[in-house]
Design a protein around this ligand. Structure first.
Ligand SMILES: Nc1ncnc2c1ncn2[C@@H]1O[C@H](COP(=O)(O)OP(=O)(O)OP(=O)(O)O)[C@@H](O)[C@H]1O
Length: 292
């Protein structure tokens, strides 16, 4: 069955069962999932004042999936991400983590259970690299020795030098700051990691390095990742599935191969086309440089 159809059906079944049961195992008539999706949104809407920004979003993200949210500026990507960790409240509809409605969960507890990486790393400027990485563990009262060991492990994992442990964020390059942000997100071993344009402020080479790194980490640890970007090439490189947003609705949710080969609308075709044009232009420009 077509993945997009399957998701639509699943989302529909979530909608049908959510109010009554609060449990998300139904897959429609007579079919039962053995596990709920790691993340499910059922008819979620969100407005700022009278401006509707997300309009009846149905979305399921499976455990261990890498889903990229992509769309033009203002299409609602960041808003959607911030609904997932309750930085913003939904106006209507439901969000479920592992089958459990997040409106029953404490926002702080929920956020501590998820990794969150934003542009620039979102590091605390007055804390050292080591403390930035270990802060969530510190807040959860983990023993100092365990935190120290984990910090070293995370620093090695993101291929930073341990000599930077006592440095402060303003003493690091943009790429190093972003690596610290990624290390912090993984430190508490969360099931879910949310990433909001984490690499978009970086130069192309550093950006490529970090994309490679996150793909590698995803393969190794199979975290469920929801990643926001404007960049189709980044989406194709990293995603198991790409969710294309336009004016607060999902216009396609499918594998990179299918989004590229079968764009669901003229809008998606144009979006993919622009990315390909850019890639060709960049490729040509880089090719010229190499020849010089
Ligand atoms: N706090 C806010 N108050 C009012 N309007 C907001 C607020 N935050 C976002 N918006 C508006 O909601 C819409 C969606 O914003 P959002 O940041 O989710 O889009 P986005 O797709 O992430 O955009 P970008 O790619 O530029 O970051 C935009 O029109 C934005 O101006």
């Amino acid at each position: 069955m077509d993945a997009t159809y399957d998701d639509a059906e699943r989302a529909q079944s979530l909608r049908d069962t959510s109010q009554e049961t609060g449990d998300h195992r139904s897959l429609g008539e007579g079919r039962v999932r053995s596990t709920p999706p790691m993340i499910a949104l059922s008819h979620v809407s969100k407005s700022y004042g009278d401006k509707l920004v997300l309009d009846g979003i149905d979305l399921a993200v499976e455990q261990g999936e890498f889903v990229v949210l992509i769309g033009p500026s203002g299409s609602g990507k960041t808003t959607l991400l911030q609904l997932l960790n309750k930085l913003l409240p939904v106006d209507s509809g439901g969000i479920y983590i592992n089958g459990k409605a997040i409106n029953t969960m404490d926002g702080t507890v929920l956020r501590r259970s998820m990794g969150y990486v934003i542009q620039g790393g979102g590091l605390f400027p007055h804390m050292s690299v080591a403390r930035n990485i270990g802060i969530m563990m510190e807040l959860s009262g983990r023993p100092r020795k365990e935190i120290e060991e984990r910090v070293d492990q995370m620093i090695d994992m993101v291929e930073l030098s341990r000599s930077l442990k006592d440095s402060y964020p303003n003493q690091l390059s943009g790429g190093q700051q972003q690596r610290v942000g990624v290390a912090r997100a993984f430190a508490c071993d969360p099931d879910i990691i949310l990433m909001d344009e984490p690499f978009s402020a970086l130069d192309p080479i550093t950006r490529t390095d970090l994309q490679d790194q996150i793909v590698k980490l995803h393969r190794a640890y199979r975290k469920t990742i929801v990643f926001v970007t404007h960049d189709m090439a980044e989406a194709v490189k990293c995603a198991d599935r790409i969710c294309v947003l336009q004016h607060g609705t999902i216009v396609q949710y499918d594998t990179p191969a299918r989004v590229l080969a079968h764009p669901a609308s003229d809008f998606v075709r144009e979006f993919v086309g622009r990315a390909r044009d850019l890639e060709r232009t960049l490729g040509a420009a880089l090719g010229c440089k190499e020849e010089q």
